[in-house]
Design a protein around this ligand. Structure first.
Ligand code: ATP
Length: 456
């Protein structure tokens, strides 16, 4: 396996159609990216696995899809208006901008946890340790300034009548404010969960590491509402679920790390971040938090509406505890891409680029390739039309068969099916495996069952 580096991965994603720089023809927009034809397939496949795991396969679990723009009071209740900020510093020498907490983590090789520090302590640490600017290597930073990450916009026709509103910085609040709507309409009994996948926006102005840190991204969040006293049991269960989810994406266990927070928000009982080892280092892909009954209590306070649940068995009225599971969809995609991209030396000395994406996640499951376009395209198109009813299929008739195999290896297609002259007589095709490069001959009538067995 070749050493992985981000430049190669970014170039590969752009050249093959996974991810393009946002607004590229206008010179781009920092920290914004567009998913291409392959990226959107991968994204949908990951969403499907998450949805199945959290919403579909669990009793007492429900999905929801809330508005991105919410009443601004929501963000006052959640605390985002008052304190959703990053500690920023500028390098006085080269003018580059950084998050002080990230500078400290990176400089100390994660041995110092800036979450435990006050802003003053962070400033002192930068100064006393002569922490260098990652770009110009000098150590001369401005004092820390708070930078609020909320994206603000306005609604209303005239300037005077305008109301400030926010693009949601997380999807979770939609689940909280609809807690009783879901409970009532689904006749749900605590404990139960609400899941949502959707866009979130943050005015991130520090460098992004490709899609790791974006201004517009997708989250997959699941709030589990339970009795106080059962919260610790569910918190542990959802930590385990996080590991299972990433392993279902093909991420090996040794590339995941669980980091329990030492310092907690005053309302929280436990919090854990899950890290994946990206080529640029270990970093967060998801968080699991025991948020007690804080969020629902705040919404009760700010909205004036009761958020209490009435237990039909005990007649007890209470505000449930919440175990929050917050997954960044784009970070899961990036982890899968980094994990599967490889360059491999073949026995003949050639090198091939390959994405070893697990078949369930692969953008295309199968490629149909006529050996010679002139005489075999008709049969191959026929086969494509039939396979496409059941599997995401692609068709390629240009270039030598060897080059076409390489192109499919590059984008992670698990199987290539070649239609040759014999196919016209015996209705059999050659099926080539991406990873082993082995080829077998199969009757077309058995092809779908074979593809299915590979995906499953
Ligand atoms: P970070 O410390 O990296 O800024 P965070 O702790 O602020 O992340 P949360 O608020 O817990 O992140 O958000 C939940 C999840 O949403 C994160 O685990 C991550 O996967 C994803 N996420 C957060 N911010 C971004 C972003 N700017 N771009 C892409 N994904 C993000």
């Amino acid at each position: 396996m070749a050493e992985k580096n981000m430049e190669q991965i970014v170039a590969h994603c752009k050249n093959t159609g996974f991810i393009f720089p946002g607004s590229e023809i206008y010179g781009g927009l920092a920290n914004s990216w567009d998913y291409g034809p392959l990226g959107i397939e991968l994204k949908n496949n990951i969403k499907k696995i998450w949805w199945e795991k959290f919403v579909q396969n669990r009793e007492n679990s429900y999905g929801i899809d809330c508005a991105i723009l919410m009443n601004p009071r929501v963000w006052e209740a959640s605390g985002h208006v008052a304190s959703f900020s990053d500690p920023l510093v500028d390098c006085k020498e080269c003018k580059a901008r950084f998050r002080a907490d990230n500078l400290i983590s990176d400089f100390s090789n994660h041995s110092v946890n800036p979450d435990l520090m006050t802003r003053e302590e962070m400033s002192k640490y930068l100064e006393e340790n002569h922490v260098p600017c990652p770009l110009c290597k000098k150590s001369n930073f401005t004092p820390i300034r708070e930078f609020n990450l909320l994206f603000q916009t306005h609604r209303g026709v005239t300037k005077e009548s305008q109301q400030d509103i926010y693009l949601r910085p997380e999807t979770a609040q939609g689940e909280y404010v609809n807690f009783l709507n879901v409970q009532r309409t689904m006749r749900a009994k605590v404990p139960f969960g609400i899941g949502q996948i959707g866009k979130a926006f943050r005015n991130e102005i520090t460098p992004g590491n490709f899609t790791f840190r974006q201004i517009e991204f997708e989250q997959m969040e699941y709030q589990f509402f339970c009795h106080e006293g059962e919260d610790e049991k569910y918190y542990q269960e959802f930590k385990q679920k996080s590991k299972e989810f990433f392993m279902a994406l093909g991420i090996p266990e040794n590339k995941l790390k669980f980091h329990d927070h030492d310092k907690l928000a005053f309302y929280a009982k436990a919090a854990c971040d899950v890290y994946y080892e990206f080529p640029f280092g270990w970093d967060e892909v998801n968080g699991i938090h025991n948020r007690t009954n804080y969020d629902l209590t705040r919404h009760q306070e700010y909205s004036g509406k009761s958020m209490q649940y009435l237990d039909p068995v005990t007649n007890e009225k209470f505000i449930p505890y919440v175990i929050e599971n917050s997954y960044g969809l784009d970070r899961a995609i990036l982890a899968v891409i980094c994990n599967s991209y490889d360059r491999e030396k073949l026995p003949d000395g050639e090198e091939r680029e390959i994405m070893r994406i697990i078949p369930r996640l692969a953008p295309f499951k199968v490629a149909v390739l006529p050996l010679i376009k002139k005489d075999l395209a008709e049969k191959a198109h026929e086969l494509f039309a039939d396979l496409a009813k059941d599997f995401r299929t692609t068709y390629d008739e240009t270039g030598s068969i060897g080059k076409r195999y390489r192109r499919q290896d590059q984008i992670g297609t698990p199987l290539c099916v070649t239609v040759d002259y014999d196919t016209l007589n015996d209705n059999c095709v050659t099926v080539r495996d991406r990873d082993t490069m082995e080829q077998i001959r199969l009757p077309i009538s058995e092809l779908k069952a074979h593809i299915k067995s590979i995906i499953e």
